[in-house]
Design a protein around this ligand. Structure first.
Ligand code: SF4
Length: 136
């Protein structure tokens, strides 16, 4: 028996917030349909929204962090990658001060994730150097 489901969600590509239905066939994402009655997109999607499903199962998609070791990128665990980032941020802050660090957030993140990044920049690192790609 074939299982088919439409899953209502928000397009991850920009801050406009268009709604779309992910078409899931036998638990595999196969396509996208616009959400006809959504207050923002009103049944429309741009070319990026129409192709949201393409990156999910793409063979080139990065699914694990990579760390450069001896000049070569190698797969790492999330714990290893996050520890490396935390150690490097701590080193830079200790050597050159908090304003030597800057953060650039993304329209692909949720409002809550963007809020957390500015909070981390200001409260943990101690810098106001925080910006967002929607302004670029
Ligand atoms: S469909 Fe296009 S305009 Fe709408 S949220 Fe996605 S990327 Fe932005």
């Amino acid at each position: 028996m074939i299982e088919y489901e439409n899953v209502l969600t928000t397009c991850p590509y920009c801050g406009t917030g268009c709604a779309l239905h992910l078409q899931v066939l036998d638990q595999k994402l196969v396509g996208v349909l616009p959400a006809k009655n959504h207050v923002i997109s009103e049944g429309g999607l741009c070319i990026k929204g129409w192709n949201v499903h393409a990156f999910v199962n793409h063979p080139d998609r990065l699914k694990k962090p990579l760390i450069r070791k001896n000049g070569k990128l190698e797969e790492a665990t999330w714990d290893e990658a996050l520890k490396l980032v935390a150690d490097k941020l701590g080193e830079i802050k200790a050597q050159s001060g908090p304003d030597s660090i800057a953060f650039l957030s993304s329209a692909k993140c949720t409002n809550e994730e963007n809020y957390l990044l500015q909070k981390f920049a200001r409260a943990v690192i101690g810098t106001n150097n925080i910006d967002h790609c929607a302004r670029l």
